[in-house]
Design a protein. Structure first.
Length: 256
């Protein structure tokens, strides 16, 4: 079975699978060595690791270079967060999809907001057109790419987040999405309603109030993302260790 077929099958399991979100090649190797079945880029973690803010500020060439190297090093399926497409034109988005496919990734995330000083929703019709073009391009060119579509009502904290999400996922399913990603959703009844509204596998993300994996499985969730939270924890600990070396005036903290 190809890496792409393996990745597709992970979305059809009786229990959700956990996606390890990487920020460099070594983190990809760590997830693979510890039994993760698939990995994906955390756009925030990757951008921060290079000293950029999230929101397409990381140069696309750097994203592509990391993607190529990860595909050379690890054998488990690898998907990439393309954010808003790294272009405001359909042709530009399709060109970026081609480059990531050629690098060897098995999936991409596209989101229905435009990054900037303030993240802005695209209209349903506008994003539906982009998605339809992307899905058609992938199909016509026989690309093995899983198209995971992120919708940001809950991430933006909208008071109408649930209704906005339900409206959008119906449109995105019709336009050719392979999966739906709803970051920052945490309420069990909201998750259940979203899952019930689509035949596509639903992806949620690590949050402080997110239910445990067994409950998420019972609610019908198929994919759980880690987001930037492991990256943040790693560097929080690195900062504490760096301070301890200064405070202790020795390296004992590095060997505890």
């Amino acid at each position: 079975m190809s890496s792409f077929e393996t990745f597709k099958q992970l979305h059809k399991g009786s229990a959700p699978f956990l996606l390890g979100n990487i920020w460099d090649v070594n983190s990809a190797k760590v997830f693979e060595a510890n039994g993760y079945k698939a990995i994906g880029v955390s756009s925030q973690a990757l951008a921060n690791s290079f000293g950029y803010e999230d929101g397409e500020n990381l140069p696309f060439d750097l994203l592509l270079r990391v993607a190529r190297r990860v595909c050379e090093i690890v054998s488990i399926p690898f998907t990439v967060d393309l954010e808003g497409g790294y272009s405001r034109t359909i042709d530009g988005i399709l060109e970026n999809i081609n480059k990531l496919h050629d690098a060897g990734v098995v999936g991409i995330n596209l989101e229905d907001t435009i990054p900037g000083a303030k993240r802005q929703f695209q209209s349903v019709n506008e994003f539906e057109k982009i998605l339809s073009e992307a899905a058609g391009h992938i199909s016509r060119n026989n690309m093995n790419l899983f198209l995971n579509i992120r919708t940001d009502g809950f991430l933006l904290g909208m008071p109408t987040a649930l209704n906005e999400t339900l409206t959008r996922i119906k449109a995105y399913e019709s336009a050719g999405a392979n999966g739906i990603f709803v970051p920052c959703i945490t309420n069990s009844s909201d998750i259940k309603e979203v899952v019930s509204a689509t035949s596509l596998p639903v992806n949620v993300m690590c949050m402080p109030d997110l239910p445990g994996f067994e409950e998420l499985g019972a609610l019908g969730v198929k994919r759980i993302s880690m987001g930037p939270f492991l990256f943040n924890k790693v560097y929080d600990n690195a900062a504490k260790l760096a301070k301890a070396v200064i405070d202790d005036r020795n390296f004992s903290s590095l060997f505890k």
